[in-house]
Design a protein around this ligand. Structure first.
Ligand SMILES: O=C(O)C(=O)C[C@]1(C(=O)O)C=C[C@@H](O)C=C1
Length: 383
């Protein structure tokens, strides 16, 4: 029988709740207009009085100014800069507002999703998805809100891989309706455009419109970053696919609205934390797991049957290559090759339900690896 390895939820409120003494648990944004004349606000890790002044200023959210005048003559650099891996150090002690990491720059859909998930939070921009994971793990922020799938573009594979590589827990989900705009600098017309910049997911979601317009697609890290780039470099032949909020922040003109292939374009984001939440039964819950299986006929069928037998509905299944086990030969003469896979499954039950516990106990009997990524309330806001 296959060896079974289970990584269960650590108990809620474990010793890990207190930050280690050398840990950093916040990140803030401080005006530095004197030292950096071009950078009115600059992301920086610190623990001093400047922070208080900054908070008293009460911006709408970091990077989103109170008024357009605050955008320092629409200088796109006058906004918080995303946290990079190299900046993951420093110290600060203010925990008055929940800090939520997202990938991208101000005006990204992920920032809006973070605000929807945690109203009044301090949304903290991060350059990459990995940085957001690391920022939570290293107590720089309290949570991360990251996209996992889109109704038109499909899964965001990178985040599936990172969920396994990191030890964070899924504590919630939030669905966000994405309305894409095509935008450019003010003197640029639709017929002047030769290329369009955006996040690959956003470009994929607008495939039909962009094909009709005959525009060359250029992939960048996030939608708002594309808008910022176009504004900063005053590009005359390029547009960006981004949110109307990004157009406003970076002073761009909207040439076309709602350009996604389907008006119902929803991205599902995961809310991630260092500790799991206690699963409940008082409202609809969902559980996300990842497992791997031995090779063999009908083995995936058998794995999925543990849920079907107990009337547990699956809402998502995703397979990803098991990277540390490269391509190998399936038989002695090496005539055929196969890959090992990880299976990510979301099912509609709480880990507090006996049937969910039984299903996982059953799966554990033959899975070579099983980890519960989180058991969390279903976002029914867009059901
Ligand atoms: O680029 C952004 O604005 C993001 O928030 C990222 C992202 C994604 O990764 O899917 C989020 C929502 C949209 O589906 C398009 C892009």
């Amino acid at each position: 029988m296959a060896a079974s390895r289970i990584i269960a939820h650590p108990p809620p409120y474990s010793h890990r709740q207190s930050p280690p003494s050398d840990a950093v648990h916040s990140l803030s944004f401080t005006p530095h207009t004197k030292r950096y004349p071009n950078l009115a606000i600059r992301a920086r890790l610190h623990g001093d009085k400047e922070k208080k002044n900054d908070l008293n200023h009460k911006p709408r959210s970091p990077g989103i100014p109170n008024s357009l005048d605050d955008v320092v003559s629409r200088d796109p650099l006058a906004l918080p800069r995303p946290l990079s891996s190299a900046q993951l150090s420093g110290s600060d002690s203010d925990t008055s507002r929940i800090r939520v990491a997202y990938q991208g720059v101000s005006g990204a859909y992920s920032e809006s999703a973070a605000q929807k998930a945690y109203p009044n939070c301090e949304a903290v921009p991060c350059e990459q998805f990995d940085t957001a994971f690391e920022a939570v793990e290293r107590w720089l922020v309290d949570r991360a809100v990251l996209p996992i799938e889109n109704s038109l573009g499909g899964s965001i594979h990178r985040n599936y891989d990172l969920l396994l590589r990191h030890s964070l827990h899924i504590v919630g989900e939030v669905k966000y309706a994405v309305h894409h705009c095509l935008m450019a600098n003010h003197d640029v017309k639709l017929e002047d455009l030769k290329r369009v910049l955006s996040h690959p997911q956003a470009l994929a979601q607008c495939e039909n419109t962009l094909t009709k317009l005959g525009l060359i697609r250029e992939a960048v890290d996030d939608t708002a970053g594309a808008a910022k780039h176009i504004a900063f470099h005053k590009l005359q032949d390029a547009g960006a696919v981004a949110s109307s909020a990004a157009a406003e922040i970076y002073g761009l003109n909207i040439l076309a609205e709602d350009i996604q292939d389907d008006s119902d374009n929803v991205t599902r984001f995961l809310m991630l934390a260092r500790e799991p939440i206690i699963p409940g039964t008082d409202r609809p819950f969902k559980t996300s797991i990842v497992f791997s299986l031995e090779e063999g006929p009908g083995i995936l069928f058998k794995a999925l049957a543990v849920f079907a037998l107990r009337q547990i509905n699956l809402t998502k299944i995703e397979s990803r290559p098991l990277r540390n086990q490269p391509l190998r030969s399936s038989d002695d003469n090496g005539s055929s090759k196969y890959f090992d896979y990880l299976f990510y499954v979301d099912f509609e039950a709480s880990m507090a339900d006996q049937s969910a516990q039984n299903a996982l106990r059953h799966l554990k009997e033959f899975a070579t690896f099983l980890r519960v990524l989180g058991s969390y309330p279903v976002d029914t806001s867009m059901a």
